[in-house]
Write a new protein. Structure first.
Length: 118
């Protein structure tokens, strides 16, 4: 199973984007959905998750700037990325998991590139 991320782009420092993650309903309705990112030369890291009940969790590096939400009618999870910094530049991916820090359940898609210029 592969979840599709979209919505990335090139923005200036301080700008905002809304990333979208479309998931099959069979996956969306029973699993935690997480947003991950991988910057050049770095390991992929988890930045935010949202439970089936809608409870969000965030990495310290993005807390207060990123907001994760889910639209159950559209089987879509969003990541609102605000107050962007050059260090947020990365390819952003989404995947299902069983909770923060657990292994992912699907294969990795192409992701969506977010580039923040200073």
């Amino acid at each position: 199973v592969q979840l599709q991320a979209s919505g990335g782009g090139l923005v200036q420092s301080g700008g905002s984007l809304r990333l979208s993650c479309a998931a099959p309903r069979s996956i969306f309705s029973i699993n935690v959905i997480g947003w991950y990112r991988q910057a050049p030369g770095k390991q992929r890291e988890l930045v935010a998750t949202i439970t089936v009940a809608g409870t969000p969790y965030y990495a310290e590096s993005v807390k207060g700037r990123f907001t994760i939400s889910r639209d159950n009618a559209k089987n879509t999870v969003y990541l609102h990325v605000n107050s962007l910094k050059p260090e947020d530049t990365a390819v952003y991916y989404c995947n299902a998991n069983r909770g923060w820090g657990t292994r992912v359940l699907g294969s990795w898609g192409q992701g969506t590139q977010v580039t923040v210029s200073s």
